[in-house]
Write a protein that binds this ligand. Structure first.
Ligand SMILES: [Zn+2]
Length: 260
């Protein structure tokens, strides 16, 4: 089976791709519903795992470039190799595909990537300021501050490199790319959308808190306790994603607890 040749795909691959296109279309619509995007500026993608253990048969599914969110259908989602080359679907993939593909190639556990320019998170990115961990939900979801990645221009791998370099040194599933906006990762597209919703929420709350004074930092040992409890204790009843000590990277991909 050649992942670049849809005609050679077996039934399992065809089925996985179909399911991923449905998911990715639905999750891009979620970005609009949560008011994280305007016009066509934002995107969700998901990895399709192939059988090769080294990931060489993996594909990614992402929204097409420039298509309004309310016109997205599963069939309009673009299937690409992890080099970002389209193999199935009409038109061009999102202009951010190279960044998504870079993350999938270099962070094997990541199954979903989301990028938005959501207002409050992007305001922190415009200042190049990490969002300090001053809320228990930040400890739960992100395990600490939400870090800032480097200024990088679209067109080569520099955005992808900045995302991976920053997330590998943090427990956070979100990075604020300087002067640009948030990128989030998850075990699938839905999980990455959840992180995008949460990063906007905490960016807004901490911004508002700062209008009337200085938010109170949470001591590191308390942050660790929050994070471990949320990621692992609740996780025993969840769908089993890897913790921060697995696979070398410190970023934990996927939280398990779906409701408070
Ligand atoms: Zn962008």
């Amino acid at each position: 089976m050649d992942p670049r040749q849809p005609g050679t795909w077996d039934d399992a691959c065809v089925s996985s791709v179909r399911g991923a296109r449905e998911t990715v279309a639905a999750q891009n619509a979620e970005l609009l519903r949560w008011e994280l995007v305007v016009w066509t500026a934002g995107n969700a993608s998901q990895r399709v795992r192939g059988r090769a253990a080294d990931g060489s048969e993996d594909l990614l599914v992402i929204k097409p470039s420039g298509v309004p969110y309310d016109e997205l259908t599963p069939e309009s989602m673009i299937v690409c190799t992890l080099d970002g080359e389209p193999v199935l679907g009409e038109g061009a993939p999102s202009s951010d595909t190279a960044a998504h593909a870079y993350v999938y190639r270099h962070m094997p556990r990541v199954g979903g990537v989301v990028h938005t320019h959501s207002t409050y998170a992007t305001a922190w990115a415009a200042r190049g300021e990490p969002i300090p961990c001053v809320l228990t939900m930040m400890g739960d979801e992100f395990g600490g501050d939400i870090p800032v990645g480097p200024f990088a221009l679209i067109g080569d791998d520099s955005i992808g490199q900045g995302i991976v370099h920053t997330l590998e040194r943090s427990r956070s599933r979100a990075v604020l790319m300087q002067n640009h906006g948030p990128f989030t990762i998850g075990r699938d597209a839905r999980d990455a959308v959840k992180a995008a919703v949460m990063v906007e929420e905490v960016a807004r709350t901490v911004h508002i808190a700062r209008q009337l004074g200085e938010p109170i930092p949470i001591p590191q040992d308390r942050i660790d306790h929050l994070y471990e409890r949320y990621q692992f204790v609740y996780g025993q009843h969840g769908s089993g994603s890897a913790g921060p000590d697995e696979g070398g990277a410190t970023s934990s991909v996927g939280t398990q607890k779906e409701s408070e």
